[in-house]
Design a protein around this ligand. Structure first.
Ligand code: PHE
Length: 340
């Protein structure tokens, strides 16, 4: 094989290796194989001096031309591969600006929390202070001090969750009246929001539910004050055109007692499915604090009178937001919570 043929074969092989290199590192090893310190072309150039002097110029030119051509080809291929990399990077980073944005759901307040906050805000604006009161109670605070007779049906095992050691889960927030009045002297205007428990469960009863208790004690407090405060509250939480109806009722710890209905928030009083055709919805229990309750906290009943009221928060939330099943509040279905 003569020299020219040998160079030509190396060139062809090198050209195909360069074209076949699929990345910059692969291309670099091709370069080293042919043009590196011990590369094939380099070795040939080094070996030129062993040729007979007459052949050297021609062979030198052939070898050099080959080196120049391969160097050029390497440069071109390297540019090509770098370009491919750039194209690939751009493709990987491509953003389709026409796609809809991903939905981000910010945290939401539970509807019960929202109603609690609103009730507290409205009563705070009338000078009531919010307090905490225990959920685990004794018979004394939940019943006895509130003037429940020993055989009152609310003390029945059916309604009350009894715990060991004579304790029970409070069945209403009214024990807060006793606890606060034992601690403070009149005048006072307090609301006590919190959880209550009764052994009862259907579409409108949950074994755990929420109430807000409210009470005010001072000199010269009358039923008219109770009516004024509750009217302002109902107008604040629903709307100023909602009407109130005070219906005589009975609670052991108030005398006289009333249940308060509001004109139906759905039909405005005409009668519909929500109000069962009555046009009215019951939302509150209230009354003048019974003298024996004031006596149990050693208030001077000759000097002080008070009123008290209690409401179910689920009931108010259901009416405000048109919810027809109380269990939805506690199922923890994220689709329900997201609607508020
Ligand atoms: N505690 C009563 C209930 O749970 C409501 C109420 C509170 C009634 C205060 C009168 C006064 O039904």
């Amino acid at each position: 094989m003569d020299f020219a043929e040998k160079i030509e074969r190396i060139r062809q092989q090198a050209e195909s290796d360069i074209r076949g290199a699929e990345g910059l590192p692969a291309l670099e090893s091709v370069r080293a194989r042919y043009l590196g310190r011990k590369g094939e072309i380099t070795e040939i150039l080094k070996g030129l001096r062993l040729l007979p002097p007459g052949e050297r110029p021609k062979a030198g030119k052939l070898a050099n031309d080959c080196k120049v051509a391969l160097t050029e080809l390497l440069g071109a291929r390297s540019g090509e591969l770098a370009g491919n990399l750039e194209v690939k990077r751009l493709k990987d980073e491509e953003v389709d600006v026409t796609l809809p944005a991903g939905m981000k759901y910010p945290g939401k307040l539970h509807p019960i929390t929202r109603v609690f906050d609103e009730v507290i805000r409205i009563f705070a604006s009338m000078g009531f202070t919010a307090v905490d009161s225990p959920e685990i109670e004794t018979d004394y605070y939940n019943f006895e001090a509130l003037n429940f007779q020993a055989d009152h049906p609310a003390r029945d095992m059916q309604d009350t969750f009894y715990l060991s050691g004579g304790k029970l889960l409070r069945t209403h927030t009214s024990p807060a009246q006793i606890r606060i009045m034992e601690e403070r002297d009149p005048p006072l205007a307090v609301i006590a929001p919190g959880k209550c428990y009764r052994c009862d469960a259907d579409v409108s009863h949950s074994p755990m539910f929420h109430q807000v208790e409210g009470f005010l004690v001072d000199e010269k407090v009358t039923f008219a004050d109770l009516k004024g405060v509750l009217t302002a509250f109902v107008h604040g939480i629903f709307s100023p055109d909602v009407k109130l109806r005070f219906r005589p009722s009975f609670f052991p710890f108030t005398e006289p007692s009333a249940e308060i209905d509001i004109s139906c928030v759905s039909c405005g009083g005409a009668g519909c499915r929500l109000c069962g055709g009555a046009g009215w919805l019951e939302i509150l229990g209230a009354g003048m604090i019974h003298p024996s309750v004031l006596e149990s906290v050693k208030y001077d009943t000759g000097r002080f009178q008070g009123f008290a009221f209690g409401m179910g928060i689920e009931r108010i939330a259901m009416l405000k937001y048109g919810i027809d099943d109380i269990r939805l509040f506690f199922d923890n279905d994220i689709r329900f919570i997201r609607q508020f």
